[in-house]
Design a protein around this ligand. Structure first.
Ligand code: PGA
Length: 241
């Protein structure tokens, strides 16, 4: 695993954006896997800046997001449809018809997950998947559990994730309790994976990624079985490990 330790959040964001730009510049029709949450926001800002400056061209990429709350309206400010539009898609020259996010408005969640998985396959698989990590070691919404799911599925959020995400809602009781998420195999099939982590809250999860054990208690630890993973983190997430 490649590990890039940056001084702070800003440097982490620049370093991660550079990796994405290298990917898109070397293969303009890349299939990109995007993530939401606070961690990638700075990276998306860098990408928008560099796209405006003509350093990167999103027009030919296809995008698949990791997950979405369920159920949730696309227009809801907490939906990941809204997040991606606000933070990246409205600021770069992406072709909206080639952006994909699990549908929080789908009537049949199971059918939506099956279709999502097939769409990724049909696009040729993900070239580069960006991941944040939950404090509890989740990736996407693959929460710590005795058994993890392989494919895109409907899942229940753990209390730890509901509490962590409550900051975006008026109260924790308003955080959706379910989500649609790529599964562990969906993520592991990506050709390259870039994991972002910032701040001391992520230390335990980063440590579970870097030690020599694999456990479903920290789903992120399973990335050790992938041959092309880069961790880009800041010193606060890495220090004293
Ligand atoms: P965060 O979330 O970037 O908001 O910390 C990461 C995650 O839950 O995957």
């Amino acid at each position: 695993m490649k590990v890039v330790v940056c001084k702070n959040y800003e440097e982490m964001s620049v370093a991660a954006a550079k990796i994405i730009e290298e990917q898109i510049n070397s293969k303009p029709e890349s299939v990109m896997g995007f993530a939401t949450g606070s961690t990638p926001v700075g990276m998306y800002t860098e990408l928008a800046k560099d796209c405006s400056a003509g350093k990167v061209d999103f027009s030919k990429i296809t995008a698949f997001n990791l997950d979405e709350y369920y159920p949730i309206a696309h227009s809801d400010e907490n939906s990941y449809v809204y997040f991606m539009k606000e933070n990246l898609f409205s600021k770069v020259n992406v072709d909206y018809s080639k952006t994909n996010i699990p549908d929080g408005e789908a009537k049949d969640a199971v059918a939506e997950c099956e279709q999502y998985e097939k769409k990724i396959e049909k696009a040729g698989g993900i070239d580069l998947q960006i991941l944040g990590i939950g404090k509890n070691g989740h990736i996407g919404f693959n929460e710590p559990d005795a058994k993890l799911y392989a494919n895109t599925h409907l899942t229940s959020l753990t209390q730890s994730t509901i509490d962590a995400n409550a900051r975006f809602f008026e109260s924790a009781s308003l955080v959706p309790t379910k989500a649609l998420t790529m599964g562990m195999a969906t993520i592991m099939k990506a050709k390259k994976i870039v994991v972002l982590a910032s701040g001391k809250d992520k230390k335990a999860a980063v440590s579970a990624l870097l030690d020599d054990r694999i456990t479903t208690d920290f789903p992120v630890s399973m990335l050790k079985m992938h041959s092309d993973v880069t961790l880009v983190c800041d010193e606060a997430a890495y220090m004293d490990l």
